[in-house]
Design a protein around this ligand. Structure first.
Ligand SMILES: Cc1cc2nc3c(=O)[nH]c(=O)nc-3n(C[C@H](O)[C@H](O)[C@H](O)COP(=O)(O)OP(=O)(O)OC[C@H]3O[C@@H](n4cnc5c(N)ncnc54)[C@H](O)[C@@H]3O)c2cc1C
Length: 473
């Protein structure tokens, strides 16, 4: 009998999670001698596909290609205050190495490339060419196995059979027409909801529309997958009112316009006052907290790094300044304050007080040096060196949204769970669409988990379809 199906497996989204899922499904089917029709639906056109994955350098918390960084599971759990799912994280750790080897086998190279973190607590492995190299390589391999990639096609509604298993998908194509696809299973790798101002306001709250995405790719992630699944009874996971935050220069339009040299100097608000211990710990472990403080605590949601010519003496400082806009500079602090619109007398008083509070000790730019500034509020724990070498410099800094934390609850095969913790038949969520993070983001884990669970969901979807005997109607 003719199969009444358009696609056996439809993957929503062409990022790292979606491409890993599609390739893994196609490869599994091929290895098992099954003739399955697999497609990726992507809302963007070819040139903009890949959401966040397209823009990330893709740091990975890996000791080497086969092993995750030391204390990986316990750190991830501790950062979440133990709200994250232990089994999910253990599965991530166990499968990270083999998944990266799989990605390598497809043609992506990995190396310990220079990063923007001049001080770091954990190693960061990178794919050469960043997330885009992963998307390009995995999608090319998937296409080679017959996976269709359909651009400018936005999934907006899931359809169910009588037993409430997913068996269809509504898809709006460019121009506005909507198609109804008959499908065997749906794997949603459609990112978070950072590109949806209404959801940002609903979950993150007041002024959330003022938080820019860290790169334009996030604007394609509008939360439909999360909503579609919630409307059929899916459970959620991850902290819905939080997002991974990064401090960036608001003047710059480039992706990840980070300013990560502030630990060597001070940060002030528009009133010229310090508000944070800029040298609390290594930059990789503290920039998120600083970015969040800027958004939640400061007038105008903006801060300024105030420094001097010593920034240019710090080896590799340029790696930590990813903005393409030059520092604002002036021969005097008064002039600098005027240029950036910060309270002049207060800024001068803050710098004077900070310089006077600096304790003796050796300055090391590349490790926590314990060179403190004490007796001021807040104190500074490391890298306290005087700001006195004119011309003085400033960078404006705002909080950006790298990705949202709230998503769908899944098991370790990526199956979306119902509110009663049963897998919803035929529905998977991977990457940002699956909720995982609470509290502080454990850097270098988002791409990794997109790949690991994307691959696992692809494999599982093939076995699901086979078991449900969807091949022989
Ligand atoms: C600048 C930057 C730096 C980062 N740095 C790191 C890092 O160093 N390490 C790390 O681990 N993570 C990092 N991240 C985060 C990481 O890149 C992402 O979390 C990860 O790539 C997400 O992958 P994904 O496949 O889940 O989603 P995405 O890559 O965002 O892909 C989602 C795709 O789904 C498509 N889509 C959305 N909705 C629909 C729909 N309804 N129908 C059809 N298609 C849809 C989108 O167009 C997009 O192509 C960074 C992110 C950015 C932007």
């Amino acid at each position: 009998m003719e199969r009444e199906i358009d696609y056996d497996i439809v993957v929503i989204g062409c990022g790292v999670a979606g491409t890993a899922a599609a390739l893994s499904a196609a490869e599994t089917a091929k290895n098992e001698g099954k003739d399955l029709k697999v497609a990726i639906l992507e809302r963007a056109d070819y040139d903009h596909r890949g959401g966040n994955s397209r823009w990330t350098a893709s740091y990975m918390r890996m000791k080497n290609l086969d092993e995750v960084a030391d204390n990986f599971v316990e750190d991830m759990l501790a950062f979440s205050d133990h709200y994250s799912d232990r089994k999910y994280i253990e599965t991530l750790a166990e499968n990270a190495g083999s998944t990266l080897r799989w990605v390598e086998e497809k043609g992506v190279q990995f190396d310990y490339l220079p990063t923007m973190f001049l001080t770091s607590s954990k190693p960061r492995l990178l794919p050469v060419g960043g997330g885009r190299a992963i998307v390009d390589t995995l999608s090319r391999r998937a296409a080679g196995l017959g996976v269709e990639i359909i651009y400018e096609a936005t999934a907006w509604k899931l359809l169910l059979d009588e037993a409430a298993a997913v068996n269809g998908l509504m898809v709006r194509v460019k121009g506005g027409a909507s198609l109804k696809l008959k499908v065997g299973a749906v794997i949603m790798g459609a990112g978070g909801f950072q590109g949806n101002q209404e959801m940002m306001a609903q979950y993150v709250g007041r002024d959330a529309h003022k938080i820019r995405t860290v790169a334009e790719g996030g604007l394609f992630n509008k939360g439909e997958a999360i909503r579609m699944a919630m409307s059929i009874g899916a459970k959620t996971a991850g902290q819905f009112d939080a997002f991974h935050a990064e401090p960036v220069d608001p003047r710059s339009k480039r992706e990840e316009a980070a300013v990560m040299t502030y630990p060597y100097f001070i940060l002030v608000d528009q009133n010229g006052k310090r508000f944070v211990d800029e040298g609390k710990t290594t930059i990789d472990e503290q920039y998120e907290e600083v970015a969040r403080k800027i958004f939640y605590d400061l007038p105008g949601h903006i801060a300024y790094m105030i420094g001097d010519q010593k920034m240019y003496e710090i080896p590799h400082y340029e790696r930590a300044v990813e903005t393409d806009k030059p520092a604002i500079s002036a021969d005097t602090l008064e002039e600098l304050a005027g240029k950036i619109g910060v309270h002049v007398e207060q800024l001068m008083a803050t710098v004077k007080e900070y310089n006077a509070a600096i304790q003796p000790g050796e300055f090391y730019w590349d490790k926590k040096d314990g060179k403190k500034a004490v007796g001021i509020t807040p104190p500074k724990s490391n890298w306290a060196i005087p700001i006195d070498k004119a011309p003085y410099i400033a960078y404006p800094i705002v909080c950006s949204n790298v990705f949202t934390n709230g998503g769908l609850a899944t098991d370790t095969n990526g199956r979306v769970l119902s509110q009663d913790d049963d897998a919803i038949p035929g529905l998977y969520a991977v990457g940002e669409t699956a909720g995982l993070y609470y509290g502080k983001y454990p850097g270098g884990t988002s791409v990794l988990r997109g790949l690991v669970f994307g691959r696992r969901a692809g494999q599982h979807a093939v076995s699901y379809i086979s078991k449900a005997n969807k091949l022989e109607v």
